[in-house]
Design a protein around this ligand. Structure first.
Ligand SMILES: NC(=O)C1=CN([C@@H]2O[C@H](COP(=O)(O)OP(=O)(O)OC[C@H]3O[C@@H](n4cnc5c(N)ncnc54)[C@H](OP(=O)(O)O)[C@@H]3O)[C@@H](O)[C@H]2O)C=CC1
Ligand SMILES: CC(C)(CO)C(=O)C(=O)O
Length: 320
């Protein structure tokens, strides 16, 4: 058995890596899945990736029904509205991989389609960002997709089929027996590095050069590790394979800060929002995450124009 069709829902920065990586694979059908205007736009414009226009097929969710592999690469805020489309595209034998950041997208999708479809995964893309109408990343330094079964047998048929597919394309990947821990390790990277820099508006060099930024990052880390431990997830298992991190320029702006720079809403609900919820369930205080959550929500409000006061016609407010 081999994978003959791949559908991608979410043709943004991460989806572009998969489109780019599988475009040259012979004997598969590769399509992006979208409804309505987005579908028309993808048909008209294709996908601009690293300066070239790629033209995968464009399918409605119904046209994609029963695709062998479905890759979900949506932003967290777009996931709830896309669940019906994901269900429509999923057939009895569809394997679904969510490359979304955070630790709960698989559970959310499984709630709609059933957990047996889910093959857990994460992705690390280097220097990925939007440029004009297209997406840019560095394929050479991209670590790529890390995936695996939650439980034995780890060398399952679908793990082997996905491996064979990626090997036929240009996708960097690694199979792991510790996918839950790997996902939490990536979650820690995002929470500790994406969030404080997003509030400060500075490149990641700030953690090296400011004891204050390091202190905030450490506060977030301790809360996350306490929650992970209480859930029985020992991130130290993957410290050797994933925890060392990758070399990155001090100017790097991770996706949360990129969202803020572009005045988009961020995925803070998936980061500190999820940690606050889990912390409450487990009785673990998460004050650094609460402050970070509210601060980033307030920055989103500011970018939405909520605080664009005009001194000529505003009612007074009271400072106490
Ligand atoms: N950017 C990065 O470097 C990395 C991101 N991630 C994670 O991957 C996930 C995706 O991020 P990213 O690729 O950056 O996000 P982008 O915003 O670049 O891409 C999301 C894409 O989803 C599309 N979309 C939204 N709703 C639907 C829908 N209902 N049906 C079909 N397509 C839809 C959007 O289309 P439109 O533009 O038309 O709205 C957009 O093309 C996030 O969870 C992120 O945290 C993980 C690792 C690295
Ligand atoms: C840290 C990084 C770039 C890793 O892929 C990422 O996940 C993000 O920017 O949110």
């Amino acid at each position: 058995m081999s994978i003959k069709s791949v559908g991608i829902i979410g043709a943004g920065a991460v989806g572009s890596y998969v489109i780019w990586g599988l475009s040259d694979v012979k004997d598969i059908k590769l399509g992006v899945i979208a409804s309505g205007e987005r579908n028309q736009k993808l048909k008209a414009d294709g996908c601009k990736i690293n300066g070239n226009v790629y033209r995968p097929e464009v399918w409605t969710p119904d046209e994609a029904k029963g695709v062998d592999l479905l890759i979900v690469s949506l932003k967290y805020g777009a996931l709830p509205a896309a669940l019906d489309d994901i269900k429509a595209a999923t057939g009895d034998n569809t394997t679904v991989m969510s490359l979304m950041n955070g630790v709960d997208s698989e559970e959310i999708i499984a709630g709609k389609i059933g957990s047996s479809h889910m093959l857990y995964s994460l992705i690390k893309v280097a220097s990925s960002h939007k440029e004009g109408q297209g997406y840019v990343f560095n394929p050479d330094t991209t670590l790529g997709i890390i995936y695996g079964e939650l439980n034995a047998p780890f060398d399952s048929e679908r793990v082997r089929m996905v491996k064979e597919l990626f090997e036929r394309g240009n996708i960097h990947f690694r199979v792991t027996k510790h996918i839950k821990e790997e996902i939490w390790c990536k979650f820690r990277l995002n929470v500790c590095n994406n969030l404080p820099q997003a509030i400060l508006g500075a490149g990641v060099g700030c953690y090296r050069d400011s004891v204050h930024m390091k202190a905030i990052s450490e506060g977030l880390r301790k809360e996350l590790e306490a929650v992970a431990l209480a859930k029985g997830i020992d991130i130290s298992i993957v410290e050797g394979s994933s925890g060392r991190g990758s070399a990155v320029l001090p100017t790097a702006r991770y996706s949360t800060l990129q969202d803020i720079d572009a005045k988009r809403h961020t995925e803070i609900d998936m980061f500190s929002g999820a940690l606050m919820r889990m912390g409450k369930e487990l009785g673990i205080p998460t004050p650094y995450n609460e402050y970070t959550y509210h601060m980033i929500k307030a920055i989103e409000e500011k970018n939405d124009g909520r605080f664009n006061y005009n001194s000529d016609n505003e009612e007074l407010t009271w400072a106490k």
